[in-house]
Write a protein that binds this ligand. Structure first.
Ligand code: SF4
Ligand code: SF4
Length: 177
């Protein structure tokens, strides 16, 4: 993603970052307006068969996440937004969003991005795309991540690796061996 790559360059190698890049309006998706037309159509194409949820390792191990419910929540939100637009001619803010009000942080964090839900879906649609976009908004727009993840993020930013070691010490293991 060029927009994300540019942010990484600004943070880590500003000398290589483009000077004329226009920042995106937002990172990821907070509401249905921010999702691609493909994801919106996916929500209406879902047959609610539940095969994705049956294949989901997060769901199987008792987590709150159900990819089937992700599609249904997206469709529910689309229906409400559609009615709002029909009544008011254009969307009037209802102080709600797909992220948080329809799909919770706990559901999003439970996803392992294993892709099983996508592979098993009989109509070839992707709950994972929606999950990733919402999670991207959570992390990049709200800085909303568990403390353990924040440690990894700052290590990558400062040490260019997930571990808490200086990049200068990276070759030491070879010298000791
Ligand atoms: S990608 Fe996420 S939602 Fe889909 S099956 Fe894997 S853990 Fe479940
Ligand atoms: S497998 Fe596909 S069609 Fe079935 S509930 Fe999941 S997303 Fe919907």
């Amino acid at each position: 993603m060029p927009s994300v790559q540019n942010e990484v360059l600004y943070a880590m190698q500003p000398e290589l970052a483009p000077t004329d890049a226009v920042p995106p309006a937002r990172f990821g998706a907070k509401d249905v307006f921010d999702l691609s037309w493909k994801s919106l159509l996916d929500a209406y194409s879902c047959t609610e068969c539940g095969r994705c949820t049956a294949a989901c390792p997060a769901n199987t191990t008792g987590k709150l996440l159900s990819p089937r419910k992700i599609m249904m929540s997206t469709r529910d939100r689309l229906e409400i937004v559609g009615k709002n637009i029909n009544q008011n001619k254009s969307f009037v803010d209802d102080q709600k969003s797909l992220l948080h009000d329809y799909i919770t942080v706990e559901e999003l964090r439970a996803c392992t991005t294993c892709n099983a839900c996508v592979e098993t879906c009989p109509v070839s649609i992707s709950p994972l795309n929606i999950i990733i976009e919402l999670r991207r908004s959570l992390i990049m727009e709200e800085s909303n991540a568990p403390q353990e993840w924040n440690g990894t993020f700052s290590n990558i930013e400062n040490n260019f690796a997930p571990w808490k070691f200086s990049p200068d010490d990276r070759d030491l293991w070879a010298a000791e061996a």
